[in-house]
Ligand binder design. Sequence first.
Ligand code: G3I
Length: 456
Amino acid sequence: MYNFKGLLFHLSISACLIGCSDEDDSPDIEFQAPIAIEATSIGEDGFTANWIEVLSADSYLLDVSAEEDFSAFVGNLQDVPTSGSSYKVSGLEDNTTYYYRLRAVAGSEVSAFSNSSQVRTAEMEEPFVPVDQPDIPLKDYADFPIGMAVQAGRMTALYDQRLSGEFTSLTAEYEMKMNIMYPSSDSFNFEQADAIVEYAEANDMQVHGHALIWHNATPSWVTNFSGTNQEFEQMVEDYITTVVTRYKGRVRSWDVVNEAIEDGNGQLRNSVFLQKMGADYVAKCHQWARNADPDVLLFYNDYNIEFDAQKQQAMLDLVDDFIDRGVPIDGVGFQMHISYNFPSKSQLESITGEVVNRGLMVHYSELDVRANPNGTLTQLNDTRAEEQGAKVEEVVSIFASIPTDQRFAITVWGLRDSDTWLIDFWGNPEWPLLFYDDFKPKPAHTGFLRGLGWQP
Ligand code: G3I
């Protein structure tokens, strides 16, 4: 890449050497032409033209042509007034060679033309035409619960057809969290949670409660709690007792404290719960949930414990401590926000085995498989869709090899690709789930079936 400042400095010095007079050191130089450099951000219909600025220029005049001799210009792209050191050109043909040049302007003076820079626009991608997949319900081939993250507002007919047709477990994507169910210190809101639990009961599906305590879904009145630490702890105990009691016998399991461990260092996350209740707050929350319902299954749930070594060790230390002290815990939730090419099969097998060896249940609790982790794709393609399907098959096969009584569920974090949280989170196109936006199954769905033992 160009060291623009260094180049500008040399340009001004060389200009000065050409034009400096003995009488004074102010350069009376010929007005320098800019230097056009390679285009960037090259797409199907345009690119960014770049150049080295001229120190004394006020502005520039840009030409874009499909002719190397600039005998004709593209549309109105002749003498386009601009400033700075780049200009975004759009509205061009794909897979076509273009040339650009420019002149510098300072007051009434216009420099000579710069050199010409050549660029070829990207070839238009053919629209992705999905290959039809077998439309076979996942639950027909599963001997463990298959879960889906749901929202009360997304229980319409087309969703209902897939939810009740394919899945046997539901997790509220956000409506059973504290910021929704306990919006203010004097009011609860169980409307959406009740709707989800009632839908599950009507369709003979289990409900996994997510999540009693999560730093990212804590209402502001809790984050900014005005009472003493003792009052805070009592409030948390009362909340957990109220919620778990309300859904006793209706919600099979709970993520008690979600994501309590920091990334990359294995420390407890410095949440308001840690600050006001101390390091044993996770154990306290587990005990309070158990006190409210002796039969509910209690999980510790987190992300990146599929591959972050420090986080893995911290999770295992927490689990071992709970087991040693008799703190109630029934399983570990691996969120499984993974990619088509990461983490590896051996990484997933290894950490899953650590939890299985401790006699706990395993929940792959929020499965999505990024097809576009580097943000390079603007649309899905057959190759990547098949690679994604192979990763899903791998994940399901690993889970299916766990001893039967330790397989809690695999829960997919969204139904259709456009339902995913990942698009907003990463800001690039993404297709991480099992169904296209028209509710038709993807190769990822076929991979899931294969992992369950289905064969064509
Ligand atoms: O549906 C409402 C809409 O009516 C309203 O206009 C809009 C603006 O207020 O909010 C919409 O609800 C949003 C909801 O997602 C549905 O899009 C909530 O504000 C928003 O907070 C919620 O975000 C959820 C997030 O957790 C926070 O609860 C995401 O859906 C959900 O995918 C995400 O899931 C988390 C897991 O719980 C824990 N692991 C990480 C995972 C991803 O962050």
